[in-house]
Write a protein that binds this ligand. Structure first.
Ligand SMILES: *Cc1c(COP(=O)(O)O)cnc(C)c1O
Length: 368
């Protein structure tokens, strides 16, 4: 049998693992931060109608510049944005890859504050960009002075700021973003995949875009928008930044079906986002209960809770899976991540954790 070792793979990919959140179908799936509520029926109907209209024209390539979608995304974000400052691709992962293709590459580096989104080092490797992980503080925040020192020391070509941060849920004041952009000569992307779940009134880094042409803010329809299956991520930046991404995108990268589905969903954005408050409520319920049970939940501004104080994460993962519940074990010692689901899903998870707590909870702020 042929294995990878028999093929002339690029050196930097040898020994690497593909992005690997398990895709197991069980009754309670709380492992990849999806919105677990279904789509609103009116949106489903409109999307289906829009797709049917497009199917007749699928013999032709789609609008390469997806202008109508960019206009709709700009209107959705507000902040005075216009279509020429918007970009989109098949998930914000592809957007971030295009940023690295345009601004990274051999001899260039990407800096981020870790633990953070596990795709960043993989996207760096795939574009032959050097990866510089800078550790966060013990509470997973990023101290502005330490961040500026790290930026000056490493002088990276790119910085990705995950805000709120995955997998820890930690927010980041805009002052930290400003300080990092000012200290960096390269490109800074603020990954706001979870922005809609932040406390009401939390400012978006979109507010900082004017006058900062090296700054970009990425968003996705995969999380709050309950549209992970469509693969639509997007970015707001200076028109010149968008022009750079146009140099590396594949022609017609956004299919006519994707464009039509996203446009239809955006017409129903209020309904699509209707469960965000409910999800935030379940998130806070999870954090409170896990704390009572003797685990160590971290404050979260997103739709998931990162919790420490777990004696054996593999045992907890397996025991939950045995009960039809999947959460995430992403390699931080004694720490796990769970997505806030519906009330019923959350109840199932918390009941199972209550049973496990006597043997698995180490108490708050202890990792022995
Ligand atoms: C889920 C996630 C994304 C979104 O990925 P898509 O490709 O848009 O589905 C981006 N950044 C972070 C930090 C995420 O957790």
């Amino acid at each position: 049998m042929t294995t990878l070792d028999d093929l002339p793979l690029r050196d930097e990919l040898v020994g690497q693992q593909p992005y690997g959140a398990p895709q197991l179908h069980v009754p309670v799936e709380l492992n990849v931060n999806e919105n677990t509520h279904g789509l609103p029926p009116a949106a489903v109907e409109d999307i289906a109608r829009s797709l049917a209209d497009v199917v007749r024209g699928l013999n032709r390539y789609p609008d390469r510049e997806f202008t109508e979608l960019r206009e709709a995304l700009a209107a959705y974000l507000g902040h005075g944005l216009t279509a020429d400052r918007m970009w989109a691709a098949n998930g914000s992962n592809e957007v971030l890859q295009q940023v690295l293709q345009a601004f990274g590459g051999p001899g260039r580096t990407l800096l981020s504050f870790t633990p953070t989104y596990s795709m960043y080092p993989l996207l760096a490797a795939g574009t032959q960009t050097g990866w510089i992980p800078v550790p966060r503080a013990d509470d997973f925040t990023v101290d502005p002075d330490a961040a500026v020192r790290a930026v000056r020391e490493h002088d990276p070509d790119l910085i990705f700021l995950c805000r709120p941060n995955n997998p820890t849920g930690t927010g980041m004041p805009l002052e930290v973003v400003e300080a990092v952009v000012d200290a960096c000569r390269g490109v800074v992307v603020v990954d706001e995949a979870y922005q809609e779940f932040s406390d009401p009134g939390t400012a978006s880094a979109l507010e900082l875009l004017d006058g900062r042409p090296r700054l970009a803010v990425s968003r996705t329809m995969s999380k709050a928008f309950a549209f992970a299956g469509v693969r639509l991520g997007y970015l707001a930046a200076d028109p010149a930044f968008v022009d750079a991404l146009r140099l590396v995108r594949l022609p017609y990268h956004l299919s006519a079906l994707t464009q039509a589905a996203a446009l239809a969903a955006l017409r129903h954005s209020d309904e699509m986002l209707a469960n965000v408050d409910r999800i935030r409520g379940q998130r806070d319920r999870i954090a409170a209960r896990l704390g009572e049970l003797g685990f160590d939940p971290h404050p979260s501004q997103s739709n998931f809770v990162c919790f420490g104080g777990v004696r054996d994460t593999t045992a907890v993962f397996d025991r939950l899976l045995g009960q039809g519940i999947i959460i995430r074990d992403n390699g931080i010692p004694h720490t796990m991540r769970v997505t806030a689901g519906t009330e019923t899903e959350t109840t199932a998870f918390l009941r199972a954790m209550a049973e496990l707590a006597p043997e698995q909870a180490l108490g708050r702020h202890r990792v022995d």
